[in-house]
Design a protein around this ligand. Structure first.
Ligand SMILES: Cc1ncc(C[n+]2csc(CCOP(=O)(O)OP(=O)(O)O)c2C)c(N)n1
Ligand SMILES: [Mg+2]
Length: 1016
């Protein structure tokens, strides 16, 4: 059967150019294989073959203009149902590359999941034994009848029938116009009723001892460090409050990565790090010498203050101490894990992402900002544990309210499974004995400020202030001593309650879970720091405090040993150590541990980039378009294609990337449940479960978190991925700078693209868009390699090298490249320019016509083109010759300059080594004029590394909307200003009289009275 391949609906474009013909007569093509690439002035898009078959006729050639319906080719063939799409093929090929043994059968893999048995709600005889008049009940008998009816339904027809009836009744009530009470929150009690708690199989006695030793060693480590110097700091109170939350996970839930299993991923709360070191010490992974080096990292072997993979690359996985970043990065990590599974790149092993955060940390917008996404994406591989010790650094988190209730409302509202762990087991008999409901009422009415004070002030205070409010409650505890009352524990310190919550959390399906646990900050620290406002910064414990701490947790150390702040570690063959090691063995190994089994990606063939090395002739395009075309080409390479992760926060059309929607699909875990409005079009909005594009919506923080997840997949999932996050205008580094820093710490590998960059290049948008400083921000991150290319061949050389360094050679750097939306023609790559492009500068053009006067003209990005134009005028009209340097990276030049200068200073007797800038410029005459579309400090970076006079022009000041021409005039980086300022600089250098400059100022109407742009 012969079939025509015609141009489908390409949206608003007519008469677009064919820039590539990707098949020839006789070629066998699969369905969706690209036939030609079309390019409008804004974007390029491939036309796929509608069916599989053999090309029998080609009706077009490169350069032809086509419109909707134009005949492109004919082919012989028929659609074949078993034909797998190219993407699918690539996916399966790449997943077999994974070094980890993936041959395991699905059955075995599924055994590594937690058993699916959910907590079946058992029948309860009574929900409330009797109702109370204290809560305004005007007819307790009637209330009881309702409750008994409900109990009868639960008993006879089961909980789901009871839920159904309740829902029905509630719906009826809404229809009748009743205003029902707010149900975002549940009573201030544990979510899991006592009788439904899963029981821990662990040996509680041994676990208690282990926990005590870990607590002790963590505190001892901080106190010891501060004996060395109080500069060193550290925290005791946070881990003291969280020890049980971590210990239960370590002993029973968190499965390590090993050759058979990918491992659960745990985001530890940053300043609870001492606890993780203390456990690793008992596990034999860290020595006492290393503990003694807590926060003394300058010499090798120290332990980092917080989780920093850069500093402890074999230990820490996630940098979490900048509050708020851990939670959102954890959410997107869970989402990215599902993405890898849904794309067929990883098998589903039921791995979990656990994220620990403080209650104060939830103040950060990033902490809660993506919780609705987590629910929407049904991330049941995600578990948050919020340690609600009711305090942050300065004082109570919600003194006048209840943080646990507030969080419950937010998470429930967002669609999470919420498990509150508020009260410990000692409260169980009291709650059971509370026939009036008053205890729960009291629990509900006390605010966090009071709860905190109670734990600071002792049992008598609690009796008086908490139970004393109602005579019935006072009576309830009348047989208890003050000490008994003091022992009434909080849920987060009760291993039974914590176990039950984690057990339920890992089995929950369909939505993420948050465990909200109530604890005491500085638990066990007594007068020196338990539940007091200054707990957070307590890093010194005196002898008395230490003895108290030892006694409180029964740590078997003599007074003398306590005074010496000795660590405690039982013998290797003690039951505690054997137990601890055995537990971890059962769970597959130690946590945290950072490793990578990822296989490097084979570099794509050179020809993928070859077309960009040639001149575009009259054809104009932007560097953004060139990059998008490069990515399109890379999607044809079988090694690279499946690993590319294009990430865009709602700006694909801005960058001309809409062609990716149809070609590789937008990732959507539920596929596409609707027919898109533009389904007939070539670039229609295609959402699919195996989609490759991460279309994030308007969240730069989310997009950056996705990028970090993908950029560290080589270690967290043992698969090398190539994330390319293209952000819009200044909403890149400026918005997500802290994430970019964390990415450096995490040793991310991938591309960040600052698109429509440059203060005057993104013309119309104005002050809060035009980016004139992202390169400065990027330059501060030690392992970020950044470039501001002008021409498509520069972009190609840089991008290719990025792929090679990061994904083939596995260097732990990431690339930041700015791309512009200004269309212009691109010249051919000058012979031998590659090295200079990568090092930061190369000679683009020389004027040596007639002039005796010479300048070194350095430019980057679009403003290089203004410099090129200025050079021509300077040469032709003013007899000033120039060497024009394309500076692809002032930042890379500076790095080299700094390093060489230091080397020379360290070796005063040796022959002076030359920096790359010096090598380029040493034999060249004249002062340097450097021009960029960025603030002057960008080009000023290299000032110290050259002896030449240096003048920089840049775009300091607030941007504003106007045309490019007017903006460049305003910021004084246009051709005319470059000419005039160059002539003036030459006058200052006494290489030329001042008349030329004055003439130019007049000729170009340069207003000398205009204020400096930063003041306008
Ligand atoms: C972005 C950021 N701001 C400030 C800090 C400094 N800081 C460290 S811990 C802390 C208080 C933490 O309180 P919470 O989250 O309740 O944790 P807790 O120690 O109580 O468990 C602050 C403000 C930080 N680490 N990160
Ligand atoms: Mg707190």
């Amino acid at each position: 059967m012969s079939q025509n391949i015609s141009v489908p609906d390409i949206g608003d474009f007519d008469s677009v150019e064919i820039i590539e013909v990707l098949v020839k007569v006789g070629d066998q093509v699969s369905k969706d294989d690209p036939i030609v690439t079309l390019e409008s002035d804004k974007s390029s898009v491939e036309v796929p073959s509608p069916i599989a078959g053999k090309i029998t006729e080609l009706n077009i050639k490169v350069g032809d203009k086509v419109s909707k319906g134009s005949l492109l080719a004919k082919l012989e063939g028929a659609p074949s149902s078993d034909e797998r799409s190219k993407a699918e093929k690539d996916d399966s090929e790449s997943s077999t590359e994974d070094k980890r043994d993936n041959s395991e059968s699905n059955k075995e893999a599924s055994e590594k999941r937690y058993s699916k048995s959910v907590n079946i709600i058992k029948n309860k005889n009574k929900i409330f034994a009797s109702s109370s008049s204290a809560d305004g009940d005007i007819d307790p008998l009637e209330t009881n009848e309702w409750i008994e009816s409900l109990n009868a339904v639960i008993e006879n027809d089961g909980p789901s029938r009871a839920s159904y009836l309740l829902n029905k009744v509630v719906s009826e009530a809404y229809t009748a116009g009743l205003v029902l009470p707010d149900t975002r929150t549940t009573p201030y009690i544990n979510t899991i009723p006592t009788e439904l708690e899963a029981k821990s199989p662990g040996d509680q006695n041994i676990e208690k001892k282990i926990r005590a030793y870990i607590r002790w060693n963590a505190a001892a480590m901080v106190v010891r460090a501060n004996k060395i110097s109080s500069e060193l700091g550290g925290h005791i109170g946070t881990f003291a409050s969280a020890a049980t939350l971590y210990d239960v996970g370590m002993n029973h839930f968190w499965r390590a990565k090993n050759k058979d299993f990918g491992g659960d991923l745990i985001y530890f709360q940053g300043h609870s790090a001492p606890g993780m070191y203390a456990r690793a010490f008992l596990e034999g992974r860290l020595s006492d010498k290393q503990l003694n080096r807590f926060r003394q990292e300058v010499n090798p072997g120290g332990l980092s203050s917080y989780p920093h993979p850069w500093l402890m690359p074999k230990f820490w996985q996630f940098p979490t101490v900048s509050m708020g970043l851990g939670p959102i990065m954890g959410i997107y990590q869970a989402r990215f894990l599902k993405y890898l599974i849904n794309r067929g790149l990883l098998k589903d092993e039921g791995r979990k992402i656990w994220v620990f955060l403080g209650d104060g940390e939830t103040d950060e917008p990033e902490s809660l900002g993506a919780i609705s996404l987590a629910a929407r994406e049904k991330l049941d591989n995600l578990i948050f544990v919020i340690n609600c010790n009711l305090q942050r650094l300065d004082g109570p988190v919600r003194g006048n309210g209840k943080i646990i209730q507030e969080l419950e409302g937010s998470f429930r509202g967002a669609g999470w499974n919420v498990l509150k762990v508020i009260w410990g087991s000692y409260w169980d008999p009291l709650l059971k004995a509370d026939k009036t409901g008053l205890l729960m009422k009291r629990m509900n009415e006390v605010v966090d400020g009071e709860y905190q004070a109670m734990k600071a002030k002792g049992g008598a205070y609690v009796r008086e202030k908490f139970f004393g409010k109602y005579p019935e409650l006072k009576k309830l505890v009348s047989s208890m001593t003050d000490n008994d009352i003091w022992k009434l524990n909080r849920g987060g310190h009760d291993p039974h309650k914590v176990y039950a919550a984690y057990h339920a959390a890992v089995r929950h399906q369909g939505s993420p879970t948050v465990v909200i646990a109530k604890t005491v900050k500085g638990y066990g620290m007594g007068k020196s720091g338990e539940s007091i406002n200054t707990t957070h910064q307590q890093k010194k414990l005196d002898e008395k405090d230490l003895l108290y701490y030892r006694d409180r947790f029964n740590v078997p150390l003599t007074d003398e040993q306590v005074k010496n702040i000795e660590y405690y570690k039982p013998a290797e063959n003690s039951e505690e150590i054997k137990y601890l090691i055995e537990r971890r063995k059962q769970l597959g190994g130690f946590i945290p541990e950072r490793s990578s089994l990822a296989v490097p990606i084979k570099a794509p063939p050179k020809d993928i980039f070859e077309s960009f090395m040639k001149s575009t002739g009259d054809k104009e395009m932007s560097t953004t378009m060139a990059l998008v075309r490069m990515l399109t080409n890379l999607l044809r390479d079988k090694n690279v294609a499946p690993r590319l992760v294009p990430i865009i926060p709602d700006e694909a059309r801005t960058f001309g990337m809409e062609g990716f929607f149809r070609k590789i699909g937008i990732y959507a875990h539920e596929g596409q449940k609707y027919e898109p409005e533009d389904s007939e079009q070539l670039s229609s909005y295609k959402e699919t479960k195996s989609g490759q594009v991460l279309e994030e919506g308007i969240t730069e923080a989310g997009a950056m978190s996705s990028w970090i997840a993908a950029a560290t997949a080589y270690t967290n999932h043992d698969i090398e991925m190539i994330p390319v996050y293209i952000f819009y205008s200044m909403f890149g580094f400026q918005r997500v700078g802290d994430f970019a820093w964390a990415a450096g710490d995490a040793q991310a590998r991938g591309f960040l693209i600052g698109a429509t960059a440059g203060r005057t290049t993104l013309a119309g948008e104005g002050l809060q868009h035009q980016d004139g400083h992202s390169h400065i921000l990027a330059s501060m991150i030690p392992n970020c390699v950044s470039y501001d290319p002008t021409f498509s061949y520069e972009m190609a050389v840089i991008f290719r090298e990025g792929l090679r360094r990061m994904h083939e050679k596995n260097e732990n750097v990431f690339y930041y490249i700015t791309a512009m939306n200004e269309n212009y023609s691109h010249p051919e790559k000058p012979e031998g320019a590659d090295e200079g492009i990568l090092k930061g500068m190369y000679l683009f053009k020389e004027y040596k016509n007639k002039g005796k006067i010479k300048i070194q003209l350095l430019g980057s990005g679009t403003i290089l083109r203004e410099a090129i134009a200025a050079a021509k005028v300077l040469s032709e009209e003013y007899n000033v010759d120039s060497d024009i340097w394309s500076v692809t990276s002032f930042t890379e030049l500076r790095k080299n300059g700094m390093e060489i200068e230091r080397k020379n200073l360290l070796n005063p007797d040796s022959k002076k080594e030359k920096s790359y800038i010096e090598k380029c410029l040493e034999k060249r005459d004249g002062p340097i004029i450097a021009v960029t579309d960025y603030v002057r400090s960008y080009s000023d970076q290299i000032r110290p590394y050259t002896d030449k006079s240096f003048y920089s022009l840049g775009t300091d000041g607030f941007g504003r909307s106007d045309t490019r021409k007017n903006l460049r005039k305003f910021f004084e980086v246009d051709k005319e200003h470059i000419i005039a300022y160059t002539l003036s600089a030459l006058a200052k250098e006494q290489l030329l009289g001042s008349e030329s400059a004055e003439k130019a100022f007049r000729k170009y109407n340069i207003d000398k009275k205009k204020a400096f742009p930063t003041k306008l």
